[in-house]
Design a binder for this molecule. Sequence first.
Ligand code: ATP
Length: 254
Amino acid sequence: MRVVIDGLHILHGVDFDVAPAGVTALLGRNGAGKTTTVKAVMGLVPRTGSIRLSGAEISSLPTHLVVRHGIGYAPEDRGIFARLTVAENLRLAERGAPGGAEGSEPNYSLVHELFPELKERSGQLAGTLSGGQQQMVAIGRTLLNQNRLIIADEPTKGLAPKIVSEVAEVLARAAEAVPVLLVEQNLALVRRLAGTCAVLADGRTAHQGDTAELLADEEAARRLLGVGSRHPLAGGLRSAATPATPVVTAEVKP
Ligand SMILES: Nc1ncnc2c1ncn2[C@@H]1O[C@H](COP(=O)(O)OP(=O)(O)OP(=O)(O)O)[C@@H](O)[C@H]1O
């Protein structure tokens, strides 16, 4: 996949798979191209190449059709309507089944089970919620519909440690139902949640594989992520199986 904006080559060789279950982390240093990559998947920036969702080519689709194919997107800025209530923010996200098929109701029971606070605060203006609560709305919206993939772009950015743990728990539970592509700088969280990862560097895929193996490899972690050998994550990390068939593949077309 490639992205050129105003003549600038932002992405020039991004090629990775999202595992069909659990969390896949999209990693890389600041400016590596992570946010641009997820925007390209969503059709929010012009892109060329191939993006396949469960085998279907979606790289030429506009954003609303990408969404209808079954991708729930929690953007970096959370995309909350501050002057609408929590309930109205959720209602705006309602849609039918992937591909436009009829017959699937928005799953409010799942959202309220994972985030009881959203039910309690349904009449509150979203702009008056805390950062963590707004993140709950953003992730809750992705769980409302029957999605094939959830993309969360730095969902813990700027949150207090206690809220980070809560959001991590929610992502873990969400990933039991739907595969998640997670852009995240917090490597402790990545270690806990993501079995597999792709690492971007300078607009290209620099690495893809088992997250634990990468974080245990001092040289690779330092080179790709800037993690030093004394970093608490270096060495002895959990491993997770890599399922066989990717849910999303993004690659450069020859
Ligand atoms: N619309 C744009 N116009 C020009 N340059 C852009 C645009 N969007 C992104 N870039 C540049 O492309 C590069 C990749 O940006 P991107 O936001 O995708 O990186 P990132 O890996 O998400 O970084 P961070 O971790 O800091 O959020 C950066 O150098 C950025 O300045």
